[in-house]
Design a protein around this ligand. Structure first.
Ligand code: HEC
Length: 105
């Protein structure tokens, strides 16, 4: 088969679809963020508790045009220090990504 560059994005989208097509439970994503992420990340626009300097606030991630669901999900699956390995399940990652995206303004 000949290599046709213009087909590559279409194929990449096709492969990514099953992962993002699952139903998303935003409330569960929010609850997970409150449990696991709130000590390091600002998880919404009204957060009063303080966090260390460094981890990006979730609303900022949501507003960043470079943020894609794939990028968020792969970051959560392959954590690097000081972010601990949280061993999130696929459905937890899915809900957290949905929650973060719901913050977009
Ligand atoms: C112990 C602190 C800590 C905890 C807990 C933590 N994070 Fe992070 N996180 C970080 C730091 C630090 C970075 C920045 C790393 C970098 O950019 O090199 C980061 C970066 C990220 C990014 C990168 C986004 C991007 O594209 O640049 C995402 C997404 C993320 N965290 C999601 C989460 C989620 C979801 C949770 C909860 C399930 C969580 N984090 C819990 C410290 C933490």
């Amino acid at each position: 088969m000949k290599y046709i560059p213009s087909l590559v994005p279409a194929i990449a989208l096709f492969v990514a679809l099953p992962a993002t097509a699952q139903p998303v439970d935003i409330a569960r994503g929010r609850a997970l963020a409150e449990t696991w992420c709130v000590t390091c990340h600002v998880i919404d626009r009204d957060q009063a508790t303080s966090v260390p300097i460094g981890p990006p606030p979730f609303p900022e991630l949501a507003d960043n045009p470079d943020t894609t669901p794939e990028r968020l999900a792969s970051f959560m699956r392959m954590p690097h220090p000081p972010m601990p390995d949280m061993s999130l399940t696929n459905s937890e990652v899915n809900d957290l990504v949905g929650y973060i995206q719901s913050l977009k303004q």
